[in-house]
Design a protein around this ligand. Structure first.
Ligand code: XIL
Length: 376
């Protein structure tokens, strides 16, 4: 009887071992290796950041939380510090999510970015109705003093002004420009410096690697510097496409901006694998195009050939970033995983895009290994 029992037990034990090995082997293949971490691999070069949405700030999903804290050492709020959310009415501020976001960064000892103080998009409706110079200046003063002041010493760097330029390098005719002229930038940087001394201050924009827009950005940055206002860095957003990665322009821009004495950052990196509508102008969030199945070719999955191309493109990029590591202080991805990416809805709603290093189940993609391999 005794022998019989132990025989059964050993059979049971053996089969348990087989099953658990299969599961762990499978997990090993599909999950991040315990030791591997983007932030650790690049710790000597630059911060590796990500942008957080509401669910992530609320720490709702343990798998995503785990990725955030093990892979990244810098965070940017994807939406919750934008005017329409944090300052919806003249006298109303909504700090709930922003406070949580800042606390999450402190808890995990991350570099916390503030995004974005002055931007023409995602403005609260009341701001668009402001007509006079004095009122708009008062709005800017209240907005920057209250928000940058609240997070003084907690936010490591602010995107003070976002997207002030057109593609040809001229000033965008935003409400700020139309009402206050180009000096609105200098005003914003001076206010931010006063409200949050010791915090890094940045200008952030998309397509500023493109020669014409780059020339406009260099003039704008020089103007801010010459005004006596402090500016510490420039953010190249980095919303690019695998079919059209402007690698030469990117490298030239990193060098040119660094020559101005500024830290260079890639602040919103993602590489779309989907076709772009012809009329699309960079990451201009005001643009939107009709849905069309032809524009959504990978709804059922990404072919290996495209997966490979994505990995190659990221490799090319990170090679350039590594070559210029002395000039680059941070590379931030615009999101943690493909599920979260805004590119599933921009510039066409309801598409299936694959622009980041982790897939919809938080598993590392081939591109993750490639980016890590560059550091081996
Ligand atoms: C995007 C967010 O990811 C979306 O969730 C939102 O609907 C629109 O804005 N440039 C920026 C970012 O500076 O703030 C934008 O983020 C993407 C383009």
């Amino acid at each position: 009887m005794k022998i019989e029992m132990s025989k059964t037990a050993s059979i049971l034990l053996a089969s348990l071992l087989v099953i658990s090995c299969q599961v762990s082997c499978q997990n090993k293949k599909n999950s991040v290796d315990k030791e591997s971490s983007l932030k650790k691999a690049y710790s000597k070069e630059f911060y590796i950041g990500t942008a957080l949405d509401n669910n992530q700030i609320n720490e709702n999903d343990s798998a995503v939380n785990h990725l955030i804290v093990t892979q990244f050492n810098a965070i940017t709020p994807e939406n919750i510090m934008k005017c329409e959310i944090i300052h919806p009415k003249w006298d109303t501020y909504n700090f709930d999510m922003a406070d949580k976001y800042v606390a999450l960064g402190a808890k995990n000892k991350m570099f916390v970015v503030g995004h974005a103080l002055i931007w023409h998009s995602q403005l609260a409706p009341f701001v668009r109705k402001i007509k006079t110079k004095d009122s708009l200046e008062l709005f800017m003063t209240n907005h920057i003093n209250t928000i940058a002041g609240r997070y003084k010493g907690k936010v490591g760097g602010w995107d003070v002004v976002n997207e002030a330029l057109n593609e040809d390098g001229t000033y965008r005719k935003s409400i700020f420009y139309q009402t206050l002229g180009e000096d609105f930038l200098v005003t914003a940087f001076k206010l931010a410096e006063k409200a949050a001394p010791g915090t890094e201050l940045y200008y952030n924009d998309f397509n500023i690697e493109q020669p014409k827009k780059r020339a406009g950005a260099i003039a704008l940055l020089t103007k801010i510097k010459n005004s006596g206002a402090r500016i510490d860095g420039v953010g190249i957003q980095g919303h690019w496409n695998i079919e059209d990665l402007p690698i030469k322009d990117i490298e030239e821009s990193i060098i040119a901006y660094s020559k101005l004495g500024l830290k260079v950052m890639i602040t919103e990196l993602d590489l779309s694998v989907l076709p772009n509508p012809k009329q699309l102008v960079g990451a201009n969030i005001d643009q939107s195009f009709a849905q069309d199945p032809k524009m959504n070719p990978y709804a059922k999955g990404l072919p290996d050939s495209v997966q490979m191309k994505l990995a190659q493109r990221y490799e090319e990029l990170f090679k350039v970033f590594l070559k210029h590591k002395d000039k680059i202080s941070r590379v931030t991805f615009w999101g943690v995983n493909d599920q979260q990416s805004w590119l599933n809805n921009f510039p066409i709603r309801n598409r299936t895009n694959y622009p980041l290093l982790f897939d919809r189940n938080n598993k590392p993609k081939l591109v993750y290994e490639k980016v890590l391999d560059l550091k081996k």
